[in-house]
Design a protein around this ligand. Structure first.
Ligand SMILES: Cc1cc2nc3c(=O)[nH]c(=O)nc-3n(C[C@H](O)[C@H](O)[C@H](O)COP(=O)(O)O)c2cc1C
Length: 148
């Protein structure tokens, strides 16, 4: 994939008071996406369902964040954190996500994620934090500077 397209620089703002919701099977393949998820990610619901959730993975996200997420989920715990996602047009959007298991008759059947917007200050903080993590882990090195 090419990352030098100009859309890469455009942010989509997640609206206040609405939730971006998705569910996945136990392997992380999307089984449900609400309309807001489709709208914000730039995909249609039909394009999202059946795809791995990494369809919206942004290269600025350190690998270890998702490693920790999956470790928690596999231990039956919920994961909560900040994610930068990539849209279909390579633009991006930031969310706070709560990811947890869904149970049927005490058996883990799916995972769900509920996402809400974060503040500009949090975006600046997490961009810096994730840039540092990728540098430490020797992942793709790209540093983003925010102007205020
Ligand atoms: C319910 C659920 C929601 C997820 N939401 C996201 C997400 O919004 N963005 C993302 O990059 N990965 C998300 N993931 C993690 C992905 O499954 C995947 O681990 C991650 O994109 C890293 O890709 P990789 O495992 O192929 O390296 C989610 C996983 C689950 C179970």
């Amino acid at each position: 994939m090419e990352f030098n397209r100009s859309e890469f620089l455009f942010e989509t703002e997640v609206p206040e008071g609405e939730l971006i919701i998705s569910r996945t099977d136990l392997k992380g393949r999307i089984t449900y996406a609400n309309d807001l998820f489709a709208q914000i990610s730039g995909y249609s619901v039909a394009e999202l369902v059946g795809k791995p959730h990494s369809i919206v993975r942004h290269p600025d996200m350190p690998k270890r964040v998702f490693k920790q997420m999956w470790e928690k989920l596999k231990n039956g715990q919920k994961w909560e954190g900040v994610i930068k996602n990539m849209r279909k047009d390579t633009g991006y959007y930031w969310v706070h996500a709560i990811v947890s298991g869904m149970y049927k008759d005490d058996k883990l059947v799916e995972y769900k994620s509920i996402r809400t917007p974060i503040t500009k200050a949090q975006k600046i903080e997490f961009q810096k934090k994730y840039d540092q993590m990728r540098n430490i882990d020797k992942e793709n090195i790209r540093t983003v500077l925010y102007s205020n």
